[in-house]
Design a protein around this ligand. Structure first.
Ligand SMILES: Nc1ncnc2c1ncn2[C@@H]1O[C@H](COP(=O)(O)OP(=O)(O)OP(=O)(O)O)[C@@H](O)[C@H]1O
Ligand SMILES: [Zn+2]
Length: 815
């Protein structure tokens, strides 16, 4: 059995006789674990081998009639634990929506050995004991019973007096949604009976009104069967009709009240399914994909921004479903791709399940069950949808395959959704299509080496031109004093012109808040986070300084912490400041901002998207949220506020990420008109990456980047495992990291190991981070056994030197 806990092993439990027939592999069961604790686990297999090292306990109960997990999922999860060097329980924890896990809530019961006569009880205690003779009670019940909000002291005393016992009651978290409905009693559904009823109600006008409203909504006579589903009870209250009259009608058996279990995942059934009509180029691309999939498992679809990859996906998915297989479309982050989901919904309606990180647990459980019950044959979802109970997957599509957000950073399993999906496809013998306008270096390389197929789609849909890209040289503009509030004259005049033409603008700056730091003009002191080694970001609106890593906040100080000077200035620009300053420069423009701070609420993202698409906004300023997948016909200008910062990130993927981010955000311009313009503000216009971007030269960019990767031994030529040693004490962290490095060098050769070094952010949430890198050649023999060796050395060092004072994190494919 697997427990959803970070433990390396599986556990064996005894099946009590009465449950033997109900347990099978994949079922969730409740087992005792540790002291007085019950946890939910999943049966992995049923066997006859008692473990040698411990006495087996009996499992308590079986939660499933039909198993929650199937054999494909086990195979996939085994692979994941092995590949990403983590515990099977950690994978299970990631796989199961928490609605499937049980919550335990403390419950109180009478101690059967308790003898009331032998102790003194207060009046309240006696009342509790009395009640416990017939019931078990929760804290809340007791608080109600004795009308007292804090009951902890009483309970403690009762435990001391050995009067009561605490136990954990196990409850299913998932609760289906139930709605109350009303329909006309069957006897009144003939014209004759109904007419009589109407007459009877003549003297009761309010009841008659209720009945009339019902008949308006539900054509009982005209449409046979219409009465059976009835309507929601809330309909009457919402239309302001008398509830008491409704109650009377129910009491008199004119109406029948009933309940219905409904899906939380509403879908608008009135939406018409349209047919995709592929353009000639799209059709050719699709044919080429299908042809290559005859001989290959995966194909990379390299389609420029606005080429209509989504339409091709739709066609492929349809085809796969028509063949009787299941399909999965992976998206990097669904909240950011509401537009695509809406489009897909029009085609696939209720055959499509959406698996989402912003969904509630109940909604996730429903998608899981829906897939098992055959209600869905197509899932669109984020990376965790690779864990769903597919049984006959035929096609996986990975959209925006280059996206860094496919990678789960923390906690384990630290998996990449794209790579995991490729393995999932292999397990199901399914095909994979990976799509991107800016393929990752790894994927383009795989296609180039003929491991994957490759289909380029070089033109936008409707042969619309790609945007024209220009650089604004900030060095020159600063010298000429043409920069206003961080805006070059080049960009600012283009914004003015675009708005004057009633077109829209997107400004991209990958930094939120007002300013990344506050600085004392007299002593140069910068307020830092108390638990992280980063400067605090100044947020003007909320008037606070905030750490973007740990969430620490403080009021904006009036004077310098160090020298008490009042001369504090803000340095650098985040989206909040850009919004502010642009509004001063362009007082008439309607400007809005889209970043983490403005989209925290569930619907705020969708609301912004709608407002922008209805042209209630002229200029949208945003972080990387605005770079992905957005499709607005009226956007003609995209401005990249600061392209340089991304380039100098201490990461081997910095250039690749810069290229992808700029090309993606540029792709939002002129998607229908072909009049798109992009202006990139940079102080290094000579950097080669800009020439590739300007000339739309992906191949040139790829060739150069691949060369660098080979020179410096980075992926795709090697696999980089990243190890971080975390400790509250820097010296200890360093000592452990050095010890670990020495052991690893001994075990797998010193040439393969880089570091240790202090991480670029030295301290995070009070933990010092010392990191080291292991580079393993791509085609190394016995890869898995080397990885296992690494894991066991790390495990050892952790036990010996870290214990509970820190952690060692292994990330087998650094992203
Ligand atoms: N065959 C088609 N028929 C009608 N409209 C189409 C067709 N193909 C694409 N479009 C339209 O062209 C626009 C761009 O398509 P889509 O959003 O799928 O591009 P994309 O390749 O995903 O681009 P990006 O990578 O920039 O997100 C959309 O508005 C889409 O509705
Ligand atoms: Zn912090």
């Amino acid at each position: 059995m697997v427990l959803p806990l970070p433990l390396p092993q599986l556990f064996t439990y005894k099946i009590p006789d009465q449950l033997v027939d109900t347990v099978s592999a994949g079922c969730r069961i409740i087992v005792p674990f540790g002291q007085r604790k019950f946890v939910t686990g999943v049966v992995r297999s049923i066997h006859q081998h008692a473990p040698a090292s411990y006495q087996t306990k009996e499992l308590i109960d079986v939660l499933d009639v039909t198993p929650t997990m199937n054999a494909y999922q086990f195979k996939f999860m085994d692979w994941m634990a092995e590949y990403y060097l983590c515990a099977p329980g950690e994978v299970l924890q990631a796989a199961l929506p928490s609605g499937f896990k049980l919550s335990s809530e403390s419950m109180i019961q009478l101690n059967p050995l308790f003898q009331e006569a032998s102790v003194d009880l207060t009046e309240k205690e006696r009342r509790i004991i009395q009640e416990l003779r017939s019931n078990t009670l929760s804290y809340k019940d007791i608080s109600k019973l004795i009308d007292q909000s804090s009951v902890q002291p009483i309970i403690k005393l009762l435990i001391q007096k050995q009067a009561i016992l605490l136990f954990e009651e196990v409850k299913e978290k998932y609760s289906p949604k139930i709605i109350s409905k009303i329909r006309l009693a069957d006897q009144y559904t003939t014209p004759h009976a109904l007419a009589n009823l109407m007459q009877e109600l003549d003297k009761k006008p309010r009841q008659q009104e209720v009945l009339m409203r019902y008949l308006q909504e539900v054509p009982v006579i005209q449409t046979p069967g219409a009465n059976i589903p009835g309507i929601e009870k809330t309909f009457f209250t919402a239309s302001g009709l008398s509830t008491s009259s409704l109650q009377t009608l129910i009491k008199n058996k004119v109406f029948e009240a009933f309940e219905e279990v409904i899906s939380r995942l509403s879908y608008r059934a009135d939406e018409k399914k349209s047919v995709v009509e592929l353009s000639e180029q799209q059709e050719a691309a699709k044919e080429s994909i299908l042809l290559q999939l005859d001989t290959k498992d995966s194909v990379l679809l390299h389609g420029v921004t606005g080429s209509g990859k989504t339409e091709i996906y739709i066609d492929l998915i349809k085809r796969s479903i028509d063949n009787g297989s299941q399909a999965l479309l992976l998206l990097p982050e669904i909240a950011l791709t509401t537009q695509i989901v809406q489009r897909l919904e029009e085609y696939f309606g209720d055959r499509m399940g959406v698996y989402h990180s912003k969904f509630s647990d109940n909604e996730r459980v429903e998608v899981w069950r829906g897939l098992q019950e055959g209600r869905y044959d197509f899932i669109v979802g984020v990376r965790s949808s690779v864990f769903l109970p597919f049984t006959h997957l035929g096609l996986i599509i990975i959209d925006e395959e280059h996206e860094a957000s496919y990678k789960q950073q923390d906690p384990a399993p630290r998996y990449n959704g794209r790579d995991a999906a490729l393995m999932l496809a292999r397990i199901h013998n399914a095909k994979t299509v990976l799509g991107s306008a800016t393929p990752s270096i790894e994927s383009r390389d795989a296609a180039l080496k003929n491991r994957w197929g490759y289909v380029p789609l070089l033109n936008r849909y409707g042969n619309v031109s790609l945007p024209e890209i220009r650089l604004a040289d900030m060095r020159v503009e600063r010298k000429n004093k043409t920069v206003q509030q961080g805006f070059s004259l080049t960009l600012l005049s283009a914004i003015r012109e675009t708005i004057a033409n009633k077109k829209q603008v997107i400004i991209f700056q990958n930094r939120r808040g007002y300013a990344p730091m506050l600085e004392c003009e007299d002593c140069g002191n910068i307020p830092m986070c108390t638990s992280c080694s980063v400067s605090l970001t100044y947020h003007q609106f909320s008037h606070e300084l905030r750490c973007h890593y740990c969430g620490f906040t403080r009021k904006v100080p009036q004077k310098c912490d160090s020298c008490s000077s009042h001369r504090l200035k803000t340095v650098g620009s985040g989206t909040e400041r850009i919004e502010d300053e642009l509004q001063i420069l362009l007082p008439e423009a309607r400007i809005r901002r889209m970043d983490l701070d403005t989209t925290r609420k569930k619907n705020s993202f969708a609301e912004l998207i709608t407002a922008f698409s209805q042209h209630e906004i002229d200029i949208l300023i945003g972080t990387q949220m605005v770079t992905k997948g957005l499709d607005f016909a009226n956007v003609e200008l995209v401005g990249v506020y600061d392209a340089d910062r991304m380039l100098y990130f201490p990461d081997f993927r910095a250039i690749e990420r810069t290229y992808q981010m700029i090309v993606q955000v540029s792709g939002r311009a002129g998607r229908k008109s072909g009049e798109g313009k992009v202006i990139i503000q940079t102080a290094q216009p000579e950097h080669p990456v800009f020439a590739f971007i300007k000339n739309n030269d992906y191949d040139g960019f790829f060739t150069r980047e691949l060369y660098e990767r080979e020179m410096y031994h980075y992926p795709p030529f090697t696999r980089v495992t990243h190890i971080s040693v975390l400790h509250l004490d820097k010296k200890e962290a360093l000592k452990t990291a050095h010890g670990l490095t020495a052991k690893l060098k001994d075990a797998i050769g010193s040439k393969r190991i880089l570091g240790p070094q202090v991480a670029s952010i030295e301290k995070l949430r009070n933990y010092y981070h010392i990191e080291l890198f292991i580079k393993l050649e791509k085609d190394i023999k016995g890869l898995q056994s080397i990885k296992n060796k690494i894991a066991s050395i790390v495990q050892n060092e952790h036990t010996l030197h870290i214990g509970s004072k820190g952690r060692i994190i292994i990330d087998t494919d650094q992203n």
